[in-house]
Design a protein around this ligand. Sequence first.
Ligand SMILES: NC(=O)c1ccc[n+]([C@@H]2O[C@H](COP(=O)([O-])OP(=O)(O)OC[C@H]3O[C@@H](n4cnc5c(N)ncnc54)[C@H](O)[C@@H]3O)[C@@H](O)[C@H]2O)c1
Length: 356
Amino acid sequence: MKQYHVAVIAGDGIGPEVLTEGRKVLRAVAQLAGTFSVSFTEFPWGCEYYLKTGCMMEEDGMEKLKGFDAIYLGAVGYPDVPDHVSLGGLLLKIRRGFDEYINLRPVHLLEGAPCPLKDVAREDIDMIVVRENSEGEYANVGARLYQGTPEEIALQTGVFSRRGTERVIRYAYDLARREKKTLTSISKGNALGYSMVFWDEIFREVGEDYPDVETHSYLVDAASMFFVKDPKRFEVVVTSNLFGDILTDLGAAIAGGMGLAAGANLNPERRFPSMFEPIHGSAPDIAGQGLANPLAAIWSISQMLDFWEERVWAKKILCAMERLLVEKNTLTPDLGGTARTTDVGDAVVRLLEESV
Ligand SMILES: NC(=O)c1ccc[n+]([C@@H]2O[C@H](COP(=O)([O-])OP(=O)(O)OC[C@H]3O[C@@H](n4cnc5c(N)ncnc54)[C@H](O)[C@@H]3O)[C@@H](O)[C@H]2O)c1
């Protein structure tokens, strides 16, 4: 029997509440499948830990995480700790330290999920965004000069290496080929004459190895408009770190909202553990009240199973979520229901049990 060991960093705010439900679902899946088992090890890192210790995670935290099959992350950030400290000291540290250079974000409108767009068929919102996750505009290179003076200058440098750009674009081509889908690159070569012209060149260069993949290229401003007006243009999308960050929140908005958006941070070579998380934050406004929607965290479990190549169960989770959304009996307030966070986890488990 295969054994998967999962490191759990529940983090702040609603993080622990939604991860409890995700773990409940994964435990149920393991039991129903009968072909693998899962164990969870909890790490109490996050903003509360920071306020006690001055660090977001233990000094040897990365060493401790190294041996796991996956990291399951809730949310990081709370009002008493500056966001650049909490994100930089935990989430970004793990993404960079474990070379999780692919951020995979499905933008797929499940049946029954709400959509704010008019005249768009459900099937038209079905894309997967491959966001570069290790460099680009988030490389943390820059300077502050002459601070506090009228001459003050802030510099933030985008870093686009050939290796970093090629590998994310090649991953996206491979995905498009495997799924028999079109591939769209989103950049901004007309205004960012160094980094994005370079990106576009690499997109064309790598594409020579994939003559069978139909490709498109959009400027990020036009792409944002088409995400809303004509989302069916997009199937597999590849883009830089910053553009991907923004576009996938727009993607979340058209595909059911933040309570339904998941993201996987992958190290495709599996040299280090990959990390799975709902993309929402810690939602301090609703934390501790049982109001948080755990479906994004449950979708993350589906992505985890996909990465472990337990594809049948990954799909079954999405089907159970879809049934829940169609039935509308057990939804949290953000989706118009009155259910509690734990009710939703219980309902997904029940639907999974019914599906076997
Ligand atoms: N990956 C991460 O850990 C991550 C991502 C984004 C923001 N943050 C951090 O989270 C904190 C709060 O950020 P924010 O308020 O901008 O974003 P947020 O995603 O926490 O909340 C935005 C809005 O969406 C609602 N919401 C979010 N998730 C929900 C869910 N599962 N169910 C129901 N409603 C939900 C919240 O109640 C809030 O009204 C900040 O410290 C920020 O830095 C962390």
